[in-house]
Ligand binder design. Structure first.
Ligand SMILES: [Zn+2]
Length: 332
């Protein structure tokens, strides 16, 4: 279906729906928009009428997009009938989706600080642990979200060794009955790509080969569709901040770290086996904010400007997740 036809069809649907259904339609439109920019074939799956995955336990005040992502696309027959109605104007109520509005003060977002003080993740080109970068960025995101009214935002700090900590953080997020989990990380490269250099008189490792952010979801998450929706929002905000995504994850050179690129426009990848993304009972997304093994990018990731840009982008993505932008409906 071409985009203009899609908009006409959905415009037709909008006419006959009550305001709380309008939100469903709006995000269905949003989720469909990447059709023309993706070649990974994930969108057909996005709109399968049933999921093979079990449903995640939902809190009473769960984010609306979780519900709407399971919305069925109109049947061909109905779509044809609705298309005949032609373009329509949105009713005044559509610009103010109060009936379906998600309540920022009730949306529980868990910001998972990647790695632990004991198992610090990657080591930067200048010998700083990834955990320190993750913690600093996650704290700023928490601050911005709380300032925006997302009072239930929780910073998740986990202790212990690497692998057990993965299960601990998943259990903690599930116990918190979070509506959404965002895991914050900073990127490196496989060991075989590391090169030597000297920094402050000591031998260190670096690789300037790759840079950029990347956003991961697991198709095994019990609410993959909503995870993908949020991942797209985060990735689009990173792009809007003028950042480029890391393209190497789709390349064979990454070996076991190669992952399917779900959207070549925004840089959303799937990482199906990642414990923190597939074992969590809520929609979950992992953000690699940027490379700290790349010497130039490490300096940028260490700057207040970059941290502000990324944390503002994430906060905007959460706001959009909670209250979709009606402008995305386009010229109905
Ligand atoms: Zn990491």
């Amino acid at each position: 279906m071409r985009r203009c036809e899609l908009i006409r069809v959905l415009g037709g649907i909008v006419v006959g729906l009550r305001p709380h259904r309008l939100l469903v339609v709006a995000i269905a439109v949003f989720a469909l928009l990447p059709i023309e920019v993706s070649d990974a074939g994930w969108l057909p799956d996005l709109f399968k009428s049933s999921s093979k995955h079990p449903k995640a336990p939902k809190r009473a005040k769960s984010a609306k997009p979780a519900r709407l992502a399971r919305h069925r696309a109109p049947s061909k027959q109905r779509a044809t009938r609705l298309a005949a109605l032609g373009p329509v104007a949105l009713p005044p109520s559509a610009s103010k989706p109060a009936a379906a509005k998600c309540d920022p003060s009730a949306l529980r977002i868990v910001l998972d600080v990647g790695h632990t003080a004991e198992s610090e993740g990657a080591i930067s080109a200048r010998n700083v642990a990834e955990f320190a970068f993750n913690l600093r960025l996650a704290r700023l995101i928490e601050e911005k979200l709380k300032a925006d009214g997302f009072a239930e935002t929780r910073l998740l700090l986990t202790e212990g060794k690497a692998r057990p900590s993965l299960f601990k953080r998943v259990a903690a997020a599930n116990d918190l009955h979070a509506d959404l989990l965002l895991s914050i990380h900073h990127d490196s490269v496989p060991n075989k790509m590391l090169e030597d250099w000297e920094f402050e008189g000591k031998k260190r490792h670096f690789s300037d080969r790759f840079s950029g952010y990347s956003v991961f979801v697991s198709r095994n998450n019990p609410d993959f569709k909503t995870s993908l929706l949020f991942a797209e929002l985060v990735a689009r905000e990173m792009k809007a901040e003028g950042l480029q995504y890391a393209e190497q994850y789709s390349q064979p050179i990454m070996g076991p770290d190669q992952h399917p690129l779900l959207n070549k426009d925004t840089g959303v990848y799937s990482y199906d086996k990642l414990i923190v993304l597939r074992r969590t009972a809520m929609p979950a997304v992992l953000l690699e904010a940027g490379s700290i093994i790349n010497r130039d990018e490490e300096l940028k990731m260490d700057s207040p400007e970059r941290r502000n840009a990324i944390s503002s982008g994430v906060a905007s993505a959460v706001k959009e997740f909670c209250e979709p932008r009606w402008a995305l409906l386009g010229p109905l």
